[in-house]
Design a protein around this ligand. Structure first.
Ligand code: ZN
Ligand code: ZN
Length: 427
């Protein structure tokens, strides 16, 4: 660590107050973990966020795109940095046995009772961004510019960022220079990790309905059998990756659901296929979706289907691809601050809607991971070759990051990354 440059002096001065903020953050985290809220329903979470941002001197707008909260701290001339945390939890039953485990049961969008858990660690993201906002507000003598702390609803359903944009986010905050976000992952706590280029996959789900002609099971000549048609489609779809995709290009095509018919001796009149696609470039995304459409249409023709198939896209997430110059600057600042605890990361097949915010502004963005797993547990699992079975991952009922050093690391990462732009007022 070299403390001599103005940016480093600013960083160290702002982070010097972390010890004062830490006990409050840890309490805040435990309480938020015990009180998770599902996507689009983050009402109490948003209220808590807004109250704290106001106390720290931010201009706060609530109810942006549903339950979104935007806090703006103007601090003289300089760049505008947007840092985003997602707020929603999942319909998962918590199995951690922690004293602050969630016991919340609520109604989902269909009116069914579901247990709710912060099983993706968005409670970590909220707590870290509130802490970073507090530190940067208290240390405003050490930087210049504007900090936008954005708390987004409904990441898990892929539509929270889009809804904030549709609800006038870019009128509320007309311009930003850079956007950033982080995610807690199943890697050792205390570490940060990032990479240039594609870091999270684009995801597309598709519901395909193909049509046949129903008939008695004993009279196939009177039918156009949608079960055979759908089966042919499923088999042929396996060639999209194996025969149409360049070896080494990561593409996933999974048929997760196939439904047709009601009874052994009745030939149905339709089949419904639901599939999920993950890709790491716009070109392969376009090519993969086009190949699926072409195969389905051709198989329907081959079967003499009486009606064209229907295609419905849903649960779509954009590609997250880290801008080179922004990410280099942040990774450099991480390297200086975290030393060997700053790692590079492989592209993940998970997906995010954070980039929808940056794309709405037409600005570059960067996204990084922080560790949440107890380092001793991780080391032991690594030595025994049992990481896959012994280290709980996001969306598991056992996924609860260790409070420290996870919160410190996520808070420091946001401060360090923001100050890589906000610079120093004396310069
Ligand atoms: Zn998630
Ligand atoms: Zn998540």
């Amino acid at each position: 660590m070299s403390a001599s440059t103005p940016a480093n002096v600013a960083r160290d001065a702002v982070l010097a107050r972390l010890a004062d903020v830490r006990p409050w953050q840890e309490d805040y985290y435990r309480n938020l973990h015990a009180h998770p809220e599902l996507s689009h329903l983050e009402v109490e979470t948003a209220e808590g966020v807004a109250t704290n941002l106001r106390a720290d001197g931010f201009d706060v707008r609530q109810g942006v795109g549903g339950t979104g909260v935007v806090g703006v701290l103007r601090n003289g001339d300089g760049p505008t940095v947007l840092a985003r945390a997602d707020m929603d939890a999942l319909p998962v039953t918590e199995l951690t046995g922690l004293p602050y485990a969630s016991e919340i049961v609520t109604k989902d969008a269909h009116g069914d009772a579901v247990s709710v858990m912060h099983a993706c660690g968005h409670d970590v993201h909220v707590t870290c961004l509130l802490g970073a906002a507090r530190l940067l507000a208290a240390g405003r003598d050490h930087w210049a510019g504007t900090l936008v702390a954005l708390f987004q609803p409904a990441e898990e359903t892929g539509d929270g960022a889009k809804q904030m944009v549709a609800d006038g986010l870019t009128d509320l905050v007309p311009s930003i220079d850079v956007a950033m976000a982080q995610h807690v992952l199943a890697m050792p706590a205390g570490h940060v990790a990032t990479k240039v280029g594609p870091v999270l996959a684009a995801a597309d789900s598709m519901r395909i309905t193909v049509f046949g002609r129903g008939s008695h099971g004993s009279m196939p000549q009177a039918s156009i059998d949608p079960v055979v048609l759908a089966a042919m489609i499923v088999v042929r779809l396996q060639t999209v990756v194996s025969r149409e995709t360049r070896p080494g290009e990561p593409v996933v095509v999974t048929v997760g659901s196939l439904r047709a018919g009601t009874k052994s001796n009745v030939i149905a009149d339709r089949a419904v296929i639901e599939l999920n696609v993950r890709t790491f470039s716009e070109a392969s995304r376009t090519a993969t979706l086009a190949a699926i459409t072409r195969i389905v249409n051709a198989e329907c023709d081959a079967s003499g289907s009486p009606e064209p198939p229907t295609f419905e896209l849903f649960d779509q997430f954009p590609l997250t691809t880290n801008d080179e110059s922004v990410t280099d600057r942040v990774a450099g600042a991480f390297g200086e601050h975290f030393g060997p605890r700053a790692l590079s990361i492989e592209a993940q097949s998970a997906s995010e809607d954070f980039s929808d915010l940056a794309v709405a502004y037409g600005v570059p963005y960067t996204y990084w991971g922080i560790g949440g797993t107890d380092p001793d547990l991780y080391d032991r699992a690594m030595r025994e070759g049992r990481v896959a079975s012994d280290v709980p991952v996001n969306h598991s009922g056992y996924f609860a990051p260790v409070i420290q050093p996870t919160l410190d690391t996520g808070t420091e990462a946001l401060v360090v990354a923001a100050l890589a732009w906000l610079g120093n007022p004396g310069a």
